[in-house]
Design a protein around this ligand. Structure first.
Ligand code: AMP
Ligand code: MG
Length: 425
């Protein structure tokens, strides 16, 4: 396991006082050691888990050529351009049962969706296209071409081929795919546990009486929600007052319980509190100023307790800064820790309805509302007050406008990147 100092020495242009957002993610990619322990879980339990081994298909799906429609299966070599095709019906093939009869050259087979196609037949004409009289069927010219409405053996998956790759997060489609292979269980990485607490003497726990100068803790609730969306186990450690003994106990117990610790508050410059000092005392921690807005200060490192080490993310205190730094850095780092790949929430391009002031040399995140204009194109406007403490404008937003490091001012009509919240926030 590399120390903060070792990782820093390997990174080009590392300056803890002026890191770019990209450098932060690069640093975290070196810091994070993915979990290795695995467990076997049932398919229902596998939702949102990270696959630990490739899933190789034991069977072909579908296992036979079969019909995609209710209709008549026939041999397309009998089709004559511009001519109707008249055939006799030899029988009916139902889904789930192999049809065992014999076919003569001028015969077709009535066939239901999903029923096995006999080897001699290659095409299905849907019921609604044909004239039927007794056991006679007439296919008008031009309604069907060779190979139509036939699903091929293995067109979804071929036996022996990897169906899903290690590191993939399993969503609803993947669960269905695993089940379609007949696999009742799947091997996933163990769940990670993330502990979080808020720091600051002015922070009130819900239920505490209001006092002057104090604010209710909101960060624990946003962090909880963001972690739940990611599918990790959460350990809520409450609000920790700014006393060395309390902070020490909280950090030590979090390190023994969790794979990662997220705190908020107490890492900015002029802090008179003990949070930074305790992080420094107990862990191998870097204190950064990141070229971004909101969310400039952040502490990152490891705290080791009784031989067990936990990643530490010391986020700034401002509620919006917490969410932005979580999305920009903590989320991808935790995805790696879970054994998966770091993925960004969906990025869309939308035309800005407003001019946006932006200084090159830092990444800025503005809360935006993306909508579809009458012509189908996407537009974005910013929610009101962009102050880093203003959560209400985060609630209104459906995405974050990402103004990249070297980008300058945005004019009305310019395209900007927007990180969409759906599924994430
Ligand atoms: P800090 O990073 O500790 O300087 O905090 C920056 C601002 O965020 C201050 O106004 C704090 O009162 C506020 N803040 C810190 N922690 C929380 C929290 N858990 N919930 C709501 N606001 C907070
Ligand atoms: Mg503070």
């Amino acid at each position: 396991m590399k120390t903060i100092e070792q990782i820093a020495a390997e990174l080009q242009g590392y300056d803890p006082q002026a890191l770019s957002a990209d450098q932060v993610n690069e640093f975290l990619a070196h810091l994070v050691q993915p979990v290795t322990a695995t467990e076997e879980v049932g398919v229902f339990e596998a939702l949102d888990r990270v696959l630990a081994v490739d899933v190789v298909s034991p069977i072909s799906v579908p296992p036979h050529d079969n019909s995609a429609m209710d209709g008549f299966a026939f041999d397309s070599r009998l089709l004559q351009p511009g001519q109707p095709l008249k055939l006799r019906v030899a029988g009916t093939a139902f889904a789930g049962k192999a049809w065992a009869g014999a076919l003569q050259a001028d015969q077709c087979l009535k066939i239901m969706t999903g029923a096995i196609m006999p080897a001699a037949l290659d095409t299905v004409v849907p019921l609604e296209f044909v004239k039927v009289e007794g056991d006679r069927v007439e296919i008008p010219p031009g309604v069907v071409a060779a190979g139509d409405n036939r699903r091929l053996l293995g067109e979804d998956l071929m036996a022996g081929q990897p169906a899903l790759r290690r590191g993939q997060t399993l969503g609803p489609a993947a669960l269905g795919l695993i089940a379609s292979l007949g696999l009742p269980t799947v091997t996933v990485f163990r769940r990670i546990r993330v502990a979080y607490f808020s720091t600051g003497d002015e922070i009130l726990t819900l239920g505490e009486p209001i006092r002057e100068g104090a604010v209710f803790d909101s960060n624990r609730y946003t962090v909880f929600g963001l972690l739940k969306r990611l599918g990790v186990d959460v350990i809520d450690m409450g609000v920790v007052r700014d006393e060395p003994a309390l902070l020490e106990a909280a950090f030590r117990s979090a390190a023994t319980l969790a794979d990662a610790i997220i705190t908020s508050g107490g890492v900015s410059m002029g802090e008179a509190d003990h949070t930074k000092a305790m992080m420094k005392q107990l862990g191998d921690v870097a204190f950064w100023r990141i070229a971004m807005r909101p969310g400039r200060p952040m502490a990152v490192g490891r705290i080791t307790e009784r031989g067990k080490s936990s990643l530490l993310f010391g986020l700034p205190g401002n509620p919006v800064a917490v969410m932005v730094t979580f999305l920009a850095f903590v989320r991808p780092a935790l995805q790696r820790l879970m054994g998966g790949a770091a993925t960004s929430p969906v990025l869309l391009q939308a035309k800005s309805l407003e001019p946006l002031r932006k200084k090159p040399g830092r990444t800025e995140y503005q809360r935006g509302i993306v909508s579809r204009a009458g012509d189908g194109s996407l537009t974005v406007r910013i929610t009101g007050n962009q102050g880093s403490g203003v959560l209400s404008s985060m609630v209104e937003a459906n995405g974050l406008i990402v103004l990249h490091h070297s980008q300058g001012n945005v004019a009305v009509g310019d395209s900007v990147d927007v990180m969409m919240f759906s599924g994430v926030i």
